[in-house]
Design a binder for this molecule. Structure first.
Ligand SMILES: Cc1cc2nc3c(=O)[nH]c(=O)nc-3n(C[C@H](O)[C@H](O)[C@H](O)COP(=O)(O)O)c2cc1C
Length: 167
C-alpha cells in the first residue's frame, strides 16, 4: 500500500476478532513505531505487547481502577470492564517513559510517542489488520500504568487493539 493511501484509508475498527497479527507482523509494527521522530534520540516509547499473563494483570488493574472511581458498580459491570481487555485479539500498550532532559521537555517526549503510536497504527493497517486506539480513564490510573511497567509520572498514550476487522 502506498503511504498516502494508507493514511487516507486509515480508520478505527470498533469490532475486532481473531486472528491478531502474526509474530512477524507484530514485530514489523513495533519496528515502525520505533522509527518515529524523537527529539534527542531519547526513545521515550515503552511498547508492551500484552501476553496472557500481563493481559490478565492489566485487565484486573483496569477493573479495580473502575471500582475505585465508581464504588457502586455491580460485579457484572466490573467483569465487563475486564472483558473489554481480555477479549481483544492483541493489545499493544504504547507508553511514554518520561525522563528529565533540559533540552527535551516532557511534552516533546509525549509527542514522539504519539508519532510512534500512529506509525504502529499505519503499519498494522498496511499489513491488513483492523486497529482501535483507546485510552479512557484506565490509562491515567497509576496501578494500570504499573501493570505494564510504567511509573506514576509516565503516560499511557495508547491502548492499541489490533486484530481482524469485523465490520
Ligand atoms: C490519544 C487517543 C485516545 C483515544 N481514546 C479512545 C477511547 O478511549 N475510546 C474510543 O472509542 N476511541 C478512542 N480514540 C479513537 C478515536 O476516537 C478515533 O480515532 C476517532 O473516533 C476517529 O475515528 P477514526 O480513527 O475512524 O478516524 C482515541 C484516539 C486517540 C488519538
Amino acid at each position: 500500500m502506498e503511504l498516502l493511501t494508507a493514511i487516507d484509508t486509515r480508520a478505527s475498527a470498533s469490532r475486532l476478532g481473531a486472528p491478531g497479527p502474526t509474530p512477524e507482523h507484530l514485530e514489523r509494527m513495533l519496528e515502525a513505531a520505533r522509527h518515529a521522530p524523537d527529539h534527542g534520540r531519547m526513545k521515550p516509547w515503552h511498547l508492551v505487547v500484552l501476553d496472557e499473563a500481563v493481559k490478565h494483570k492489566f485487565a484486573a488493574a483496569a477493573a479495580e481502577a473502575k471500582r475505585r472511581r465508581t464504588p457502586a458498580l455491580k460485579a457484572e459491570q466490573l467483569a465487563a470492564e475486564r472483558e473489554k481487555i481480555l477479549r481483544s485479539p492483541t493489545i499493544v500498550v504504547v507508553g511514554c517513559a518520561v525522563r528529565e532532559n533540559p533540552k527535551v521537555p516532557e511534552i516533546e517526549q509525549v509527542i514522539a510517542v504519539g508519532a510512534a503510536a500512529q506509525n504502529l497504527f499505519l503499519a498494522a493497517h498496511d499489513l491488513g489488520y483492523g486497529v482501535m486506539w483507546k485510552t479512557g480513564a484506565a490509562a491515567y490510573d497509576p496501578d494500570v500504568k504499573a501493570a505494564v511497567g510504567l511509573k506514576d509520572h509516565d503516560h499511557i498514550v495508547g491502548i492499541i487493539h489490533v486484530g481482524t476487522r469485523l465490520k
